[in-house]
Design a protein around this ligand. Structure first.
Ligand SMILES: NC(=O)c1ccc[n+]([C@@H]2O[C@H](COP(=O)([O-])OP(=O)(O)OC[C@H]3O[C@@H](n4cnc5c(N)ncnc54)[C@H](OP(=O)(O)O)[C@@H]3O)[C@@H](O)[C@H]2O)c1
Length: 337
């Protein structure tokens, strides 16, 4: 039987910081699944800071068109299937965006093994710590930065899902881990609950270079950058020789019409620094191995995660906009009705 889907589409392109007017909630009649197709009813969807670039069209991924469904990850259950790989009731995930239902031809649709998602693992971990944010931390840190015992790892947006995961993995590798976050609560969370060695609240610091110097007295060997802008520049000024700067994201830059430049480029030469951009999908084939390892860490209590879940598809754009105000405590998801 056809269903009425509700979905958020791009109504207009943001100029700088997005606002609610840039999004429109639409009803859409979905036909029954055709040959090889599957109808998925969403349980949870994600909001992701990196999606901001797709609204304007300056990302490595193609820009969203006006009227297109806003991008995000979805966990759902199969309501009807004409695809032999899926049956009604299967728990699945895919990149179906901000909507309540999705019709899929099976490409990009993955079945979740319910036996893995047993306490302490929640099913939502599939689009959080075991999804793109956690994998970004895993590959950015382990494959690109290659941390060595005793090194100092500095992480911006430390309490977010990427930063929190990267910090805990760095601790497992015997590094000293220093976080930067936007509130005392977030700093308490990463130090007291996640085992970071230190953290400072950048909102309370006038001089970022001095704040990093004080928090990292032996200098920075790895900077895991989720923020860009001034913080990146301040981190570069505190690097040791052969430091690795892993550019995961630039959340402080996404809403700026003009990007800010890095001033301290000379240090890249004098200190033989390596700065490298990360696109987690480059590691796609290695995702299952990383997910299995991280699931093991969660089950043994070595890796913790927090989710920040709002209810109802209506809340999605506000939840997204809040990411740029530091409102989220952990991975931000929407529970669908
Ligand atoms: N390269 C890849 O393949 C890839 C994949 C996934 C994600 N990413 C990137 O990884 C980064 C972290 O993503 P996430 O999902 O874990 O989200 P997240 O860190 O929770 O992002 C939201 C947080 O960013 C911080 N923030 C927002 N505006 C800021 C500003 N102007 N200056 C400093 N901090 C600001 C806020 O934390 P505070 O309260 O601490 O300020 C906010 O809570 C993002 O930049 C994202 O785009 C990259």
């Amino acid at each position: 039987m056809p269903v009425t889907n509700r979905r958020w589409v791009l109504a207009s392109r943001p100029d700088g910081k997005p606002s609610l007017d840039n999004f429109r909630l639409e009803d859409q009649e979905l036909r029954d699944p055709g040959e090889h197709e599957v109808l998925v009813k969403g349980l949870y969807i994600s909001v992701d800071p990196g999606m901001r670039s797709r609204l304007s069209g300056d990302s490595y991924a193609q820009a969203l068109g006006i009227g297109e469904t806003i991008e995000g990850a979805m966990i759902g259950t199969v309501k009807a299937s004409n695809n032999e790989r899926f049956k009604t009731g299967d728990l699945v995930m895919g990149g179906f965006g901000w909507q309540e239902y999705a019709l899929s031809n099976g490409r990009g649709l993955a079945k979740l093994d319910a036996s893995i998602f047993q306490p302490p693992l929640t099913v939502t971990a599939a689009i959080g710590v075991l999804g793109i944010p956690g994998l970004t931390a895993y590959f950015g840190l382990l494959d690109m930065a290659k941390p060595k015992e005793g090194e100092t790892v500095l992480i911006s947006s430390a309490a977010g899902p990427v930063g929190a995961t990267a910090g805990q993995i760095a601790r497992m590798k015997g590094c000293t881990v220093v976080g930067i976050a936007g509130s005392r609560d977030k700093c308490d969370y990463v130090t007291k609950e996640l085992g970071f060695d230190r953290c400072f609240n950048y909102e309370e610091e006038k001089d970022l270079v001095a704040a990093i110097k004080q928090a990292c007295p032996k200098g920075v060997d790895i900077y895991f950058d989720n923020v860009g802008g001034e913080m990146l520049d301040a981190a570069i000024t505190n690097t040791n020789e052969r430091a690795r700067l892993i550019i995961s994201g630039a959340v402080a830059e996404y809403n700026r019409p003009e990007p800010r430049g890095i001033r301290n480029t000379t240090r890249l030469i004098t200190h033989r620094l390596r700065m490298e951009g990360l696109v987690v999908f480059d590691y796609f084939k290695q995702f299952p191995q990383a997910q299995a390892e991280m699931a093991g860490w969660i089950k043994s209590g070595k890796l913790k995660y927090t989710e920040d879940i709002s209810e109802g598809i209506e809340t999605t754009p506000e939840a997204f906009l809040g990411l740029f105000e530091g409102e989220n405590h952990g991975r931000r998801l929407i529970k669908l009705g």
